[in-house]
Design a protein around this ligand. Structure first.
Ligand code: UD1
Ligand code: CA
Length: 445
């Protein structure tokens, strides 16, 4: 098996995005465009991809960290010049070089695997991707000889009217024999446009009598690069559709796929049912047999099995098995709801741990609190966690019963099994097993 290394060309400006953000960092299906490309590259090789950066290089570096290796193309002098920048990083490291574009998030790993496998099986200097399409999309055209062998690629601007009619397009994705590529890459001559065209390598190879293989793509949409925001939206749709299909094939029911928006990063267990209008985002993991929605937003959350999230927002939180939330509640900022907790409507839980079996049924705010198991928090209770300067914690121990409309002025502790009468304002700790009520709350014998 030959060693394979990947170069990703991503130095272009992306002017048509009309954006302060470098093009390849625009998110699509929950990940920056470039991350989709990197993830796919990982499917064909273990080696760190080399990313050719230019415009917005600093931000790209910040975002991706050491996931990739960077080389800089200070001036965008064309695709051939861009790949040449990766030479020092890659020469001698691999026998085959896969060259990708950073702005093609739709190219599938299956296609990459096919390209690489074909390259490994043949003795070609170049194995390239092509596609047949009626719409030329301003791609370069693939010229073949009478025997059907690829001869060269002509850029659309350089095409004769006859060549313009050719329907086989160059996708810009190639696998090169490294020992052939590196010495020849600097030999590309300047085009009329003043660029070094990577496509010239094809003609160089055939002129020297080397073989050029081509894989013809079934679906040209895979190689449509993102140049503007209409293409961004379109790619978003295509990627989300693929995610939905993969989920359904893996055993997740989507009641209405068209209104189920799942990021590429989300994992969902078998027999979970997603009702319409749900947004599942970021590093979210959902277990088996859950019911999500309708109308739920779940972001960066870990949801156990058998949970039910109805018309609610859950972000940066952990829900253990059997948790029920909603409708119309909000769980956020490092909240953890223990097994079987029930949180009804119009509640908010923030930065709190809620013990198993605890009930928070109506109109509550629980912030910066530690709540034990089997606690009953009545309607409208509030942890008054902020004194205007600082946040303070509330501790409610196991089995406590806090009556409706109670204000818990933190820092404060309610002991295990204590009962607080409705409408109390609790400003001091209440011992375990005590009964307290009033404003301010006092312990009754
Ligand atoms: C290129 C091909 C064309 C092919 C098309 C497919 C050449 C000369 N032409 O067209 O045959 O049909 O791709 O999309 O290769 N980049 C750099 N540095 C540069 C120039 C480009 O990093 O100096 C990067 C861009 O960021 C982009 C990719 O290379 O990710 C492709 O550049 P682009 O300008 O879109 O390629 P085209 O010349 O349109
Ligand atoms: Ca282009």
């Amino acid at each position: 098996m030959q060693r394979l290394a990947v170069a990703i060309l991503a130095a272009g400006q992306g002017t048509r995005m009309k954006s302060k953000l470098p093009k390849v960092l625009h998110p699509v299906a929950g990940l920056p465009i470039i991350r989709h490309v990197i993830n796919n590259a990982r499917a064909v090789t273990d080696t760190k991809p080399v990313l050719v950066v230019g415009h917005g290089a600093d931000l790209v570096r910040q975002t991706l960290g050491d996931e990739v290796e960077y080389v800089t193309q200070a001036q965008q002098l064309g695709t051939g010049h861009a790949l040449l920048q990766a030479r020092a990083a890659l020469e001698g490291r691999a026998e085959a070089i896969l060259s990708l574009y950073g702005d093609m998030p739709l190219l599938t790993r299956e296609t990459l695997q096919r390209l690489v496998a074909t390259h490994q099986a043949n003795d070609a200097a170049i194995t390239m991707l092509t596609a047949i399409s009626d719409d030329s999309m301003a791609f370069g055209r693939v010229l073949r000889d009478e025997s059907g062998q690829v001869q060269r690629v002509v850029e659309e601007v350089d095409c004769t009217p006859e060549q313009k009619k050719i329907k086989e397009l160059n996708c810009g994705i190639y696998c090169f024999r490294a020992d052939w590529l590196w010495p020849r890459l600097p030999q590309i001559s300047l085009s009329r446009k003043g660029e070094y065209y990577l496509t010239d390598m094809v003609e160089m190879a055939t002129r020297e009598g080397y073989r050029v293989e081509a894989i013809v793509l079934d679906d040209v949409r895979e190689v449509i690069g993102i140049n503007d925001r209409t293409q961004l939206a379109w790619a978003e749709n295509v990627l989300r559709d693929r995610i939905r299909v993969a989920l359904m094939r893996s055993g997740v029911t989507l009641k209405d796929p068209a209104t189920t928006y799942v990021d590429a990063t989300v994992r969902i267990g078998q027999d979970t049912v997603i009702y319409p209008n749900c947004h599942l985002q970021g590093n979210t993991i959902i277990g088996e047999d859950c019911i999500i929605g309708p109308n739920a937003l779940v972001r960066d959350a870990e949801v156990g099995c058998n949970c039910h999230i109805n018309a609610s927002v859950v972000e940066d939180a952990i829900l253990e098995d059997g948790v029920r939330i909603g409708p119309y509640s909000h769980v956020r900022s490092q909240a953890r709801l223990g097994q079987g907790t029930y949180m009804g409507n119009f509640g908010e839980v923030k930065n709190s741990q809620i013990g198993p079996g605890t009930v928070i049924s109506h109109f509550s705010y629980v912030g910066d609190a530690t709540v034990g198991e089997n606690v009953n928090l009545g309607a409208g209770i509030v942890t008054c966690n902020f004194d205007g300067k600082q946040k303070h914690r509330t501790i409610i121990e196991a089995g406590a019963f806090v009556g409706s409309g109670t204000m818990l002025v933190a820092p404060v502790r309610i002991g295990a099994g204590a009962r607080i009468g409705a409408g109390s304002v609790v400003t001091h700790d209440i011992p375990a097993g005590a009964l307290a009520y009033g404003v301010p709350a006092r312990v009754k014998e």
